[in-house]
Design a protein around this ligand. Structure first.
Ligand SMILES: [Zn+2]
Length: 572
């Protein structure tokens, strides 16, 4: 009886929605996936730089990320993973006497292998500290301190101007970012220990942070997240200014693509995406939103969450790489189990923590995703049916019998946001500062249904157009519309209909099965086009969110920059 009750309670507490499904997919992949299987030996191979699998020279990279991602997930979900404790114990056993993990630094001039060692040790430091935040195990903090001391001793060598200069050009994965990306761990170590040496180290790294063309974006963005962390612990405005300026610079330099992707390598070498970079961009934007409450940060995070971050996730639960083309994405692809899978999982946890926020006694519902939020006297859960019904259900799970404001964001991608209470009873909620604000005495069990009217938006560049519906970027894909990709597809001509300046889309018949678990049937449309090879016979294709890539074949090809016809933009 007791078991049945517990099961019922835990089932009831699982949120319904795309974010929960996506988290579940990658969590299952990390814990139970087999290609490759993340068993202790496999994970720990880079904590001791043992050859046998790819990238073990990035000492502590997979192991540190594994520890960090599962610790953050355990913290959020309340679950415990015994394998996590074993991996941490295993890592601590192979920590070198001088505090570092994996390969030894060279004795002579700084070489590429030194950078690989530093990179992984940076991942291990934050991983151990996320584990310490979860468990408060003294051994984990002890290991993190030893590693921090190692970095303090290494600092004069790697902070040197000639090393910075040499490794800020053409070094990519073993670039200077291998040193600076340790920042988030160093700051966290200072926050926990208040040892001034770690703060001094953090300040010295922040000073050396900068963006340059063809840089490894994941390393850069991880460093900027470290600058934000430094602002949080010091409360010094200059670090927030630095992070905001660096964030804006990524956009101004053209490195945030239409689908909310930051390329693995910054322009002019934007060749493919990377799950880690997307995860970092989303986390950085969410953190800046949390600190400043400037909508531009939330809007960027949301663009990435519903588009690139969703599309980047493979049906296996892995995150990784896709090739960027002039029209969208194509092969080859890579399941980057050595980094992106863990970093993607870590970012999904960070997203859950920002679905709601509390401010001055009011509860704000920010992202139209599933999640939980509370302020004193009011707790609400959100179950999202955005993809299927354009609605979200907000259920009051705790109320203290006093009046509280529940505020629901009105995103720019919606033409209207309507609230109703119970069975379709409109709820008075005046617009206020970008939110619909409903103030009342809430009862436990109250259910507010939020309905979003989706806006269709067309973005044009030269003779191409990209179409958004609601938060989703739409594409034609080879799996659902193979004929669209017949030669010469580059000469296809798409017809977009506008009425009174507003783009009009034609709803597609029921095709939800196509994308299974990750379907977005509210954004399926018919695209009319003239094939390049036989323009006298107009054809139709399915236009659907790039987010649906997840359930489809890895080899799928997506075109979201559509070639326009005639006067709509195409050159004669
Ligand atoms: Zn990656």
């Amino acid at each position: 009886m007791r078991t049945i009750l517990c099961l019922a309670l835990s089932a009831a507490s699982v949120l319904a929605g795309d974010l929960t499904d996506r988290l579940q997919l990658t969590k299952t992949r990390v814990l139970e996936g087999t290609a490759p299987r993340f068993d202790e030996r496999f994970v720990l191979a880079d904590a001791s730089a043992q050859p046998g699998r790819r990238f073990t020279e990035f000492s502590g990279d997979v192991s540190g990320r594994y520890i960090g991602a599962l610790s953050a997930l355990a913290m959020e979900s309340g679950e415990r993973y015994t394998v996590l404790d074993r991996v941490v114990d295993g890592a601590i056993r192979v920590q070198q006497p001088d505090g570092h993990f994996g390969a030894w630094l060279s004795a002579g001039p700084v070489g590429d292998s030194d950078m690989a060692t530093l990179w992984g040790n940076g991942r291990m430091l934050i991983g151990l500290l996320e584990y310490y935040a979860l468990t408060h195990r003294a051994e984990a903090l002890g290991a993190a301190r030893k590693l921090g001391d190692f970095l303090v001793r290494a600092a004069p060598r790697f902070n040197a101007a000639d090393v910075r200069e040499a490794y800020n050009h053409e070094k990519f994965a073993v670039g200077y970012i291998c040193w600076t990306s340790a920042l988030e761990g160093v700051v966290e170590l200072y926050r926990v220990t208040k040892d001034a040496r770690y703060l001094a180290l953090a300040r010295s790294i922040a000073e050396r942070t900068g963006r340059h063309p063809a840089q490894h974006s994941h390393g850069f963005l991880t460093t900027v997240r470290g600058v934000v962390a430094l602002y949080r612990v010091t409360d010094e405005a200059r670090y927030l200014e630095q992070a905001e300026t660096l964030w804006a610079g990524v956009i101004e330099s053209g490195n945030v693509l239409t689908q909310g992707a930051v390329p693995e390598m910054f322009a002019p070498r934007a060749l493919r995406d990377e799950g880690c970079s997307e995860a970092d961009w989303m986390r950085l934007s969410l953190e800046l939103w949390e600190i400043t409450r400037q909508p531009r940060y939330l809007e960027q995070a949301e663009l990435t969450l519903y588009n690139e971050m969703a599309m980047n996730q493979f049906h296996t639960g892995d995150y990784g790489h896709h090739t960027l083309t002039n029209e969208g994405i194509a092969e080859p692809f890579a399941h980057a189990w050595w980094c992106c899978t863990f970093h993607g999982l870590r970012a999904l946890v960070a997203t859950f923590q920002r679905v709601f926020h509390g401010q001055a006694g009011a509860l704000y519902y920010d992202l139209p995703a599933d999640g939980r939020g509370a302020v004193e006297g009011l707790a609400v859960r959100a179950d999202s049916e955005l993809e299927h019904k354009a609605t979200v259900r907000l259920s009051v799970v705790e109320a203290d019998g006093r009046a509280h404001a529940l505020r629901v964001r009105m995103p720019q991608w919606a033409t209207a946001v309507e609230l109703s209470l119970g069975v379709g009873r409109p709820l008075e909620a005046p617009a206020e500062g970008g939110y619909r604000s409903a103030s009342r005495v809430w009862q436990t069990g109250d259910v507010v249904t939020v309905r979003y009217a989706m806006r269709t938006r067309v973005v044009k560049r030269e003779d191409q157009a990209a179409v958004f519906h609601g938060p989703w970027l739409l594409a034609v894909d080879e799996s659902a519309s193979p004929s669209f990709f017949d030669e010469p597809a580059s000469e296809n001509q798409v017809e977009l209909v506008e009425q009174d300046g507003h783009p009009q889309l034609e709803a597609a018949p029921q095709t939800a099965d196509l994308a299974g678990r990750f379907a977005v049937p509210v954004a399926h449309f018919v695209l009319h086009y003239r094939p390049g090879g036989y323009p006298m016979q107009p054809q139709t294709a399915l236009l659907r969110p790039i987010a649906e890539y997840t359930a489809g074949p890895d080899t799928n090809k997506l075109w979201f920059w559509l070639p326009l016809v005639g006067e709509q933009g195409r050159r004669p």
